[in-house]
Ligand binder design. Structure first.
Ligand SMILES: [Ca+2]
Ligand SMILES: [Ca+2]
Ligand SMILES: [Ca+2]
Length: 391
């Protein structure tokens, strides 16, 4: 599979036109790193795996390319990033990242590639969602058109993110890796940073490329990349864990059933119902719920409800009961469900089993039960003796 790109010759002149810091250790006439360059590239990227294309910004790529590199010999770095948006109602399992890049000055190859996916705040990258240091491209290490495979699928819920790709290599004598810029105006403008301001752009932290002095002749330039993986229906993962305050209780005494409910999925759960059918062997004494929940009870069926349970939210419920009659084992099942699709229905039900004993039978072997056992043993021995006598 290959993804086609189309470059616009009219952007050949779109060069960075501002000074970069001369490389101090270089001699006169030595090659100098550049922050941006115009480089003609190939028209296809090869080695792209089969898979659903989640985001495609590989069209309308220009000759312009910008430095995004950890210069291991200089101890400085540049980092470019661009944004993408996971639409409402779905989640993405991101597996592959394809970037259109190029080597410059020297022919590479990169020692490795760093990828960071950032959250977005105020229209700029903020905290990293995931950091992948030292990836080896599965294809394209030789020509700089990296096909990167994440070690495990990265699950991303709806919203805006930023992705940065950075080659790790020394300038001498592997050169530079530059990430191609496209004329696309897709979502927000690409961003750049150069923490020690090696290139005198003034952007020591992420800022829009046009605010870093890049003269590109493009309205809101993007970077050339594509994301592959699977789009999955957004789901909630409600879980219920049911326990009892004790495993055995005498008739007439109380115990408490505890229900711990949480939403472990990426999606908020709508119209959540927690139900616990208290067995006939118990009388309900009291019901405790967190703020924001309603509760009702009908013929021993306790129900807790909430309109919206956010992703990551949890709640603990307590149902205090009194034991009515003796039973070797009583199983109490509780369930949770909502109107939002479930990622994992297996953990939406849990049960606990308790024993109810009479006051005279605390549920552990007593002298009387031991006495009964002894009697049975003696009778068995007597029967054996009678049997032998008959032979
Ligand atoms: Ca390329
Ligand atoms: Ca963009
Ligand atoms: Ca679940």
């Amino acid at each position: 599979m290959s993804l086609r790109r189309f470059r616009h010759a009219s952007f050949v002149a779109a060069l960075a036109a501002f000074p970069f810091a001369p490389f101090a250790a270089a001699g006169e006439g030595d090659p100098q790193p550049v922050v941006s360059a115009s480089v003609e590239g190939d028209s296809t990227i090869s080695g792209v795996p089969e898979g659903e294309v989640l985001w495609d910004q590989l069209e309308n790529c220009t000759f312009l390319a910008t430095s995004s590199q950890d210069f291991t010999d200089f101890g400085v770095e540049t980092e470019c990033a661009d944004d993408f948006v996971v639409p409402p109602g779905v989640s993405w399992a991101l597996r592959h990242i394809v970037v259109d890049g190029t080597y410059f000055i020297f022919a590479g190859p990169a020692d490795s590639v760093n990828v960071v996916v950032y959250e977005s705040s105020m229209g700029l990258p903020s905290s990293p969602v995931a950091t992948y240091d030292g990836l080896t491209p599965v294809a394209g290490l030789g020509d700089g058109d990296f096909v990167l495979e994440l070690p495990a699928a990265l699950l991303l819920g709806p919203g805006r993110y930023w992705i940065s790709v950075q080659a790790v290599m020394p300038f001498f004598f592997q050169g530079q890796w530059l990430w191609h810029v496209r004329h696309g105006d897709t979502e927000l403008e690409r961003v750049f940073r150069n923490p020690d301001d090696f290139f005198h752009t003034g952007c020591t932290d992420f800022d829009y490329a046009s605010d870093c002095g890049f003269i590109v002749g493009l309205e809101k330039p993007d970077h050339c990349f594509a994301l592959l993986g699977e789009e999955i229906e957004e789901c909630a993962d409600l879980e219920i864990i049911k326990t009892a305050s004790k495993s055995r209780v005498p008739i007439g005494e109380r115990l408490t059933f505890i229900l711990e409910v949480s939403n472990r999925g990426l999606a908020d759960a709508v119209d959540v119902d927690v139900e616990d059918a208290i067995p006939d062997e118990f009388d309900i004494v009291s019901v405790h719920k967190p703020a924001g929940w309603t509760s009702s009870e009908l013929f021993g069926e306790v129900k807790f409800e909430k309109d919206l349970m956010l992703a990551g939210e949890s709640a603990v419920f307590e149902i205090e009961v009194r034991a009515l009659r003796a039973r070797q084992s009583v199983t109490n099942v509780a369930t949770v469900e909502s109107d939002t699709p479930e990622c994992d229905p297996e953990n939406n039900e849990d049960e606990v089993t308790v024993r109810i004993h009479s006051l005279s039978d605390p549920g552990i072997p007593t002298l009387s039960t031991l006495g009964l056992a002894l009697l049975a043993l003696l009778m068995a021995a007597a029967l054996l003796r009678v049997g032998r006598g008959a032979l």
